[in-house]
Design a protein around this ligand. Structure first.
Ligand code: SF4
Length: 104
């Protein structure tokens, strides 16, 4: 249902999966890789809520980190991204149609 609604308005679903499938080499952002390289294994996520268009993608892709807040836009509800959710948090960042998610 969620994806169907998205497809009616734009190609967000297709773009998301295309990026996910074709972007494995560049899956992590530069900052995320830099943090891992220097041994800083904690990853943080931030949403610029002012720019969020409330599509729900991040909360769907990575519910361990993102959720839709009662007042509308998505929010991050954990201090640090759990290790098991790092990949999906990055996927949410990459898939956000308005690029308001930062994971590093
Ligand atoms: S994916 Fe981006 S635009 Fe969509 S709900 Fe999450 S933060 Fe908002």
């Amino acid at each position: 249902m969620f994806w169907n609604n998205l497809q009616k308005t734009d190609n967000t679903k297709d773009e998301f999966w295309a990026r996910r499938n074709n972007d494995s080499e560049d899956h992590y952002t530069q900052n995320a890789w830099a943090n891992k390289a220097k041994g800083d294994i904690s990853m943080k996520a931030v949403v610029d809520r002012d720019g969020c268009i409330e599509c729900g993608l991040c909360a769907s892709v990575c519910p361990e980190v993102f959720r839709m807040a009662d007042d509308g836009p998505a929010e991050v509800y954990v201090d640090e991204v759990p290790a098991e959710a790092e990949d999906s948090a990055v996927e949410a960042q990459e898939g956000c149609p308005v690029s308001v998610i930062t994971v590093e």
